[in-house]
Design a protein around this ligand. Structure first.
Ligand code: SAH
Length: 347
């Protein structure tokens, strides 16, 4: 495989170039692209409208990305499925499949592990291994669709890893997913979540991809944010919000702010009012997440009562706020939990 190219990673224009380079007619690229990205085949021999000789030529110089499901957990409560997926170099990542009224949604990983070090997050516990390629990100959708035999219509980049720390490959994956000859999922059905890598928020705005941007805020002052998110030492809340305003101006899309409610840490009335002050006047939506208690971390979930009053305070001040429905609460559905268990078991 060493000298072969990963054919799934090529955008249509690149695939056309490659096909011409191996001495074939460009139009075959469209056929191949459809097989790879619309149908999601796992071998060249399934490409039945392509001559045997071209298939052999492809096999000699390229390979099809295959990702295997190591473990699938299904929630008995709501049908949410969590997958542990093995990559070709044996690294393991997670993807979560969720059924919502507006369609099937997948939560994809963008890196193997994470460098960001957020105190409450399991993804970062085992450190950082490597970034995923664009096709490994898109491949999670292909792999899960193949397994569930159900079509996925929405994608959230909220799995393991920091999407804006793997910028080029994340953009490549969005282009692969967007393409009408592939999965054909519009950018408006894609949400990307970041802990706030400010320069890349500006860069993303300028790509003019219409995806929804989510910001993991989790605190309303820089001091508090630094206690739970090391990235706060690099960028202030003000810098993040300025970048958000730019994103809104360029794309016309509202921003979603994620706020994990941690007992006794960021769940008071003052915190809620702090958030109101920060977001007033911005086209924003707040998503409250009762913090998922992971084994290794000291943080506890805020109480039902404090979650509700936090939400009411925001809503009554005109900030549209919802509490994220906890899907898959009976399986290891929070970021990085399943992978962490797998690593612990296999060490
Ligand atoms: N690195 C990106 C995306 C991955 S995490 C980011 O930081 O946005 C997706 C969301 O889940 C983030 O808002 C993250 O802060 C949150 N999250 C991680 N661990 C959590 C936990 N234990 N409980 C609640 N939310 C958590």
């Amino acid at each position: 495989m060493e000298n072969k190219i990963n054919i799934n990673d090529l955008l249509l224009e690149e695939l056309e170039e490659y096909i011409e380079k191996i001495g074939e007619k460009k139009f075959h690229a469209k056929q191949i692209y459809k097989w790879l990205h619309k149908i999601g085949v796992t071998s060249f021999d399934e490409m039945t409208d392509i001559s045997k000789s071209l298939r052999e030529k492809l096999k000699a110089s390229a390979y099809i990305l295959n990702m295997d499901i190591i473990e699938a957990q299904v929630s008995k409560k709501d049908g949410t499925m969590k997958f542990l997926i093995k990559l070709q170099d044996n690294c393991a990542i997670e993807s979560v499949f969720m059924r919502y009224n507006h369609g099937n949604t997948i939560c994809v990983s963008t890196q193997v592990g994470c460098k960001m070090g957020c105190k409450f997050c399991a993804s970062t516990k085992e450190g950082f291994e490597r970034s995923l390629t664009g096709s490994e990100i898109e491949g999670q959708i292909q792999t899960v669709q193949r397994y569930t035999k159900e079509r996925i219509s929405n994608i959230v980049y909220m799995g393991i890893g920091e999407p804006l720390d793997n910028y080029d490959n994340v953009i490549r994956s969005i282009k692969l997913i967007n393409h009408p000859m592939g999965l054909n999922i519009g950018a408006r059905h894609i949400s990307l979540s970041t802990c706030g890598l400010v320069p890349n928020i500006y860069k993303l705005a300028d790509e003019n991809i219409q995806c929804t941007l989510s910001i993991s805020l989790h605190a309303t002052t820089d001091e508090k944010r630094k206690e739970i998110m090391p990235i706060a030492n690099r960028y202030s809340i003000k810098e993040i919000l300025d970048a958000c305003r730019y994103y809104i101006k360029v794309t016309g899309r509202r921003i979603s702010f994620e706020y994990a409610l941690i007992y006794g840490k960021n769940d008071t009335y003052e915190d809620a009012m702090g958030l109101v002050k920060l977001l007033r006047g911005m086209i924003a939506h707040v998503n409250l997440i009762p913090v998922n208690e992971i084994k290794e971390k000291e943080y506890k979930k805020a109480t039902e009562k404090s979650i509700e009053s936090f939400m009411n305070t925001l809503n009554s001040c005109g900030i549209v706020t919802t509490v994220r429905r906890e899907l898959g609460s009976d399986i290891d559905a929070a970021c990085g939990q399943l992978r962490k268990k797998y690593i612990d078991k296999n060490l």
